[in-house]
Design a protein around this ligand. Structure first.
Ligand code: ARG
Length: 253
């Protein structure tokens, strides 16, 4: 009787310790912000309201590797970096291009995606590269690399005007209704947009810029998380999980 009691006390103790350990591990939350108007990297599923896309899969797998529960908020693009700096989030993933200017404000993870800009214009507009934008109105999502490229052209006197919108959808809409002539935007997003809106009204021009690289943004005072994200990225690459996510969203590309 005594022996049985002793064993069950031991088992109970072991169960309690295991439970406490898994609770402690499960307690960590990774608070993430994105702007989900950037298919195929982040978008809202029309039926379920779920946040889907390449970036969403990637950050959830990073959370998996780190044993952190991933909570993602969908907020305004232009508010992402301020919200990170305010301490409202641990990191940002939103197809954010690593630029020297942004690196003054935040740290970026190792690059996780190579991208490039394109020009979207009406089919038959004759606009098929940046030079064709001379004298045109260019619509962009505000404070994106597309905005920076269009604004550089404007400063050089090479475009007539730059119309800045909060969302990609609004910039595209400006071209559709004829308020602007073209959108400068990340090529994979232009491709996904044209696939999702197959009216034939718009087309893209293929790559028109140097390549750019997306990174996950972390506060400068959070080197520990930066290191964890980078090692999780390396683990996902080594385990083939990164490739599986890439295949899921970009097929054979
Ligand atoms: N890659 C571009 C940039 O960093 C555009 C990113 C826009 N992302 C978004 N979720 N709307 O400027």
């Amino acid at each position: 009787m005594f022996a049985v009691k002793k064993v069950s006390v031991l088992i109970l103790t072991a169960v309690l310790i295991l439970t406490a350990t898994s609770l402690a591990l499960g307690q960590g939350v990774l608070k993430v912000a994105t702007e989900a108007g950037f298919m195929p990297f982040e978008y809202v599923d029309a039926e379920t309201g779920a946040l889907l896309g390449f970036d969403m899969d990637l950050i959830r797998e990073i959370g998996n590797v780190l044993g952190l529960e991933v909570q993602i908020d969908n907020i305004a693009w232009d508010g992402l970096i301020p919200a990170l700096l305010n301490g409202n989030y641990d990191c940002l993933i939103a197809g954010i291009t690593i630029t020297p200017e942004r690196q003054e404000a935040v740290d970026f993870s190792d690059p996780y995606f190579e991208s490039v800009l394109t020009v979207v214009a009406k089919t038959g507009s004759g606009i098929s590269n940046l030079d064709d934008l001379a004298g045109k109105i260019v619509a962009v999502q505000i404070n994106t690399t597309g905005d920076f490229a269009a604004s550089d052209l404007f400063d050089a006197g090479d475009v007539k005007g730059v119309s800045r919108f909060d969302t990609v959808a609004d910039a595209m809409q400006a071209v559709i209704i004829g308020a602007a002539d073209a959108v400068v935007i990340d090529l994979p997003v232009a491709e996904a947009y044209l696939e999702a809106n197959p009216t034939g009204a718009l087309k893209h021009s293929g790559p028109v810029s140097d390549n750019e690289f997306y990174g996950i943004a972390v506060n400068k005072n959070n080197k520990e998380l930066l290191g964890q994200i980078n090692s999780a990225l390396a683990t996902l690459k080594a385990q083939g999980i990164y490739d599986a996510i890439y295949q899921k969203w970009f097929g054979g590309m």
